[in-house]
Design a protein. Structure first.
Length: 549
């Protein structure tokens, strides 16, 4: 091999290795694994202002509704210092964080760790602000300077000599600030930063979140009997099989892309047993209207969850498992049916849901496929007609016939809140009465598949975006739904609840002025369509959400 070719080969081999620098998140201490990271603070806020939420927030009509909170309101909300002077210094220091920033927290102590891109000049100015602050604080802190491997370490001591004494350290190496409550950790960071170049983020701005779920649950539980009972419940429900939740928000020019990951050891345990993770397909059916405002398709294994309930109860409390068995035996004795064999066994795992909006009224339907619709209907009718159940059924349910099918609704429910259930040959339907009737009409009609539905923007977008491995996916046209959303939000009972909760929260932000709530058409102009899907992988569950601007 020629020397020239050897040199090229060496470059090809070494180039990838040279390109990998030190990630700032690699500096985090073991106790600070709950964190949020922004790759480029300045660019992130610029891009966020271009998003639907950002444009809405800057809209004057929306600001009038929100009470136009000023800088002092936000300082009180985010900093909440002992004085205005302290809040002002913190605000000025936050302005220095213009690049990558990582905020981590020790959930046991609430101690905060900060790792951030910061220039040497800004770091020196931050120290000067801290020094100036000591003269105006009611409880001044001490500053002690030391060094480690020729790097200055600044120690802050609050409440020196008292039982409330709190000590933190900070240092600056290259373009990286590290701040925390453990000097040994600071020294380790200094060693790593002196020996490794930081791999500075590039590309579109990203906000990342990392939550060690298992550790957070475990740390929240003590050795008391009630906490140990809670631990058994979490274990039985499969929640302790969750390792970590991560989220990654990427701000592009015309869309926000969110990737959520739930790292799970066992997807067959506890509540996760309801998931059928086989890939789903978009349905080609006649009863989905072409003017849909949302659509969701997925798989859910209700029979699998039912079979897991006795296992969960046994792990939580064996006595509760016995009570459950006795109750199920009593139901079978009174109705003459076995809930699993006569009802759940006839359910499929595929479901779809859709909604339409006319004016400010939303109509929604959930349709669960049936393996044997006739057998399920027979089991349901047999249970309701059993002598011991007739009185309960008559007192609690209204039954009405519609196109050879029966619609079951709660008796005496308010008309605007009434939802019902119907069983057709192929589907178990749930939704509002008008939606049920429209769906049953579509099912009862004959003809070719609904090609108009296939050509809708929501369906075409899903076909372009959704992973072929997804077992659940959906889309929402927020413009079409905005009338219904704001009509719901503006209901007097919700306004009273929000106003009451706001007053209870003692928030420094002014409460919303619902008399200035912008019109739905005005808010709708800031929004577009969102898409999402969920798939299973070797690590657990992955969800992708795409919000179009």
């Amino acid at each position: 091999m020629s020397p020239f070719r050897k040199a090229l080969l060496s470059i090809a081999v070494l180039a990838p290795l040279c390109s990998f620098g030190l990630q700032r998140t690699a500096l985090l201490p073991p106790e600070g694994q709950a964190y949020i990271r922004i790759s480029d603070t300045v660019d992130f806020w610029k891009q966020l202002q271009k998003s639907s939420v950002g444009k809405l927030w800057m809209d004057q009509q929306f600001q009038d509704f929100m009470g136009s909170p000023d800088l002092e309101n936000w300082q009180s909300l985010f900093f909440g210092g002992d004085s205005k002077e302290e809040d002002a210094v913190f605000t000025e220091q936050m302005k220095m964080l213009t690049g990558e920033v990582v905020f981590a927290v020790d959930m046991q102590t609430d101690n905060i760790y900060i790792i951030a891109d910061m220039s040497a000049d800004d770091f020196e100015r931050s120290l000067e602000l801290d020094d100036n602050l000591r003269g105006v604080m009611d409880s001044p802190f001490e500053i002690v300077k030391d060094s480690f491997q020729d790097v200055e370490i600044i120690q802050h001591i609050d409440g020196a000599g008292t039982a409330e004494e709190v000590t933190s350290w900070q240092a600056h190496v290259g373009r990286t600030l590290v701040l925390g409550y453990d000097r040994e950790w600071i020294e380790k960071c200094i060693i790593m930063l002196k020996n490794n170049a930081i791999d500075e983020p590039a590309g579109v701005p990203v906000c990342s979140l990392n939550l060690p779920i298992r550790e957070l649950i475990a740390d929240s539980l003590s050795d008391t009997p009630s906490d140990q009972e809670a631990r058994r419940m979490f274990e039985a429900m499969g929640l302790l099989s969750i390792n970590t939740f991560t989220a990654r928000i990427e701000l592009r020019e015309d869309e926000m892309v969110i990737d959520n990951n739930l790292l799970i050891d066992d997807l067959d345990r506890g509540l996760f047993s309801m998931l059928d993770t086989e890939p789903s397909e978009l349905p080609t059916v006649e009863f989905i209207p072409e003017n849909i405002s949302s659509l969701e398709v997925g798989r859910i294994d209700l029979q699998g969850l039912w079979q897991e309930i006795p296992v969960m109860l046994s792990e939580i409390d064996p006595a509760s498992k016995q009570q459950f068995d006795m109750y199920m035996a009593l139901i079978q004795q009174q109705t003459g049916i076995d809930l699993e064999q006569d009802l759940l066994a006839h359910l499929g795992t595929k479901y779809l849901s859709f909604s339409t909006v006319v004016g400010d009224t939303q109509t929604s339907i959930i349709a669960l496929e049936l393996e044997d619709g006739m057998a399920f209907r027979h089991g349901l009718e047999s249970a309701l007609s059993a002598p011991s159940m007739q009185a309960y059924a008559a007192a609690m349910l209204d039954q009405s016939d519609f196109l050879n099918y029966t619609i079951y609704t709660p008796k005496n429910a308010p008309a605007e809140e009434t939802a019902g259930v119907a069983v057709t040959d192929d589907y178990l339907l749930y939704g509002d009465l008008e939606g049920l009737r429209q769906t049953i009409r579509g099912i009862a009609s004959s003809g070719a598949a609904n090609t108009a539905f296939e050509q809708t923007e929501l369906v075409q977008g899903l076909r372009r975006i959704v992973s072929p491995r997804a077992f659940g996916f959906g889309a929402v046209d927020w413009k079409k739904n905005m009338n219904a959303i704001l009509a719901e939000l503006a209901k007097p009972e919700y306004v009273r609840m929000i106003t009451h909760k706001w007053a209870e929260s003692d928030s420094p932000l002014p409460p919303p002025d619902f008399s200035k709530l912008p019109a739905a058409d005005h808010i709708a102009q800031f929004f577009n369509t969102s898409y999402q899907y969920v798939e299973a992988d070797d690590n657990g569950l992955h969800q992708k959400i795409i919000l179009k601007y």
